[in-house]
Design a protein. Structure first.
Length: 77
C-alpha cells in the first residue's frame, strides 16, 4: 500500500475533490492542512506553492492528474 500525503487548505475545492476521490476508492491518506505552519513550510521546501499538493511514496505531484494518480495507486478508473 502506498503512503499518500495530501497538503490542503481550507475552502479549497480541488482539495475536497481529491480527498473525496481517494475516499471513494478506499485509498487511505494523511491530510496536512497548511494552516499549520509546519506543514506549510514542508510543502514550500518541496517547491510546492499551491494545494492540493500530493506525495505518493515521497514522490511529489504538483497538480491533480487523475490518470497519473490512478496509475500510481492502482485505481481502476
Amino acid at each position: 500500500m502506498s503512503e499518500v500525503i495530501i497538503y490542503t487548505q481550507n475552502e479549497c475545492p480541488p482539495c475536497s475533490f481529491v480527498k473525496q476521490y481517494l475516499e471513494n476508492h478506499n485509498v487511505s491518506f494523511e491530510e496536512r492542512n497548511i494552516a499549520n505552519s509546519t506543514y506549510r513550510n514542508e510543502m514550500i521546501e518541496r517547491d510546492a506553492f499551491s494545494t492540493p499538493f500530493i506525495l505518493i511514496d515521497d514522490e511529489p505531484m504538483y497538480q491533480v492528474d487523475l490518470d497519473l494518480l490512478n496509475k500510481k495507486l492502482g485505481i481502476q478508473a
